[in-house]
Design a protein around this ligand. Structure first.
Ligand SMILES: C[S@@+](CC[C@H](N)C(=O)[O-])C[C@H]1O[C@@H](n2cnc3c(N)ncnc32)[C@H](O)[C@@H]1O
Length: 205
């Protein structure tokens, strides 16, 4: 490691994990104990910043789980006057997500639809400004064309967990696709599941 770089960067950057309230901390604890993979506070804050900076009014999330990431996105919508539509195939998780959004005071900012994300997207007509994709990785490729259709030009598609083998076909396809300008980051993401993973940032062009 270069002498100019901070030593033990993973320990060092852990100190910059964004603060969060007791509800998010409780959901992180639930996710840890039940092994529900969530984005954690660093990627949560990143989504908040990107959605707020993009002034996103219509946000689509694929993969709600217990609404941890949905809460970060819906909080960004409080400054933009926007709304989140989040799609979750597991009805039990969707029920918990609904309760958590209510507890966060965000029931008016986010709506959960239970069903398969690819099938649900086929029924949607109105475009979105921002899409966050976090479903099972083997479905990412099937979601790519629906995302192209549903995201406005100039909108952002953020895809989690692109370091997984099952995301490889999606990673290859979006890199070669003329609808997208894409960057992949492989990063240390404290408290993300897993802590070293890929994140894909794609601009709809
Ligand atoms: C990684 S978890 C989502 C975590 C959440 N985004 C967070 O960070 O708080 C993935 C979720 O997607 C759901 N899921 C997987 N495949 C799906 C599909 N095809 N359609 C809708 N939901 C799906 C799973 O049930 C699971 O709850």
């Amino acid at each position: 490691m270069s002498e100019y770089m901070i030593q033990h960067p993973e320990t060092y950057f852990n100190a910059f994990i964004p603060p969060r309230d007791s509800l998010l901390a409780e959901l992180e604890e639930q996710a840890r104990s039940e092994q529900i993979p969530i984005i954690g506070p660093v990627v949560g804050e990143l989504l908040f910043i990107l959605a707020a900076a993009a002034k996103a009014k219509r946000i689509l999330e694929l993969g709600t789980a217990i609404a941890y990431s949905t809460i970060w996105l819906a909080r960004a919508c409080e400054s933009t006057g926007g709304h989140v539509l989040t799609l979750e195939s597991n009805p039990d998780l969707a029920e918990r997500a609904k309760i958590n959004l209510h507890r966060a005071g965000l029931s008016q900012r986010a709506r959960i639809k239970v069903g398969d994300a690819i099938e649900e997207m086929a029924e949607i007509k109105e475009p979105f400004d921002f899409i966050f994709m976090d479903i099972d990785k083997q479905y990412y490729l099937s979601a790519l064309n629906p995302c192209s259709r549903l995201l406005k030009k100039g909108g952002l598609l953020i895809t989690d967990n692109t370091g997984f083998k099952d995301a490889d076909d999606f990673n290859q396809a979006i890199a070669a696709h003329s609808d997208w300008k894409v960057v992949q980051l492989y990063a240390f993401l404290p408290a993300h599941s897993p802590e070293k993973d890929g994140l894909c940032f794609a601009l709809r062009v």
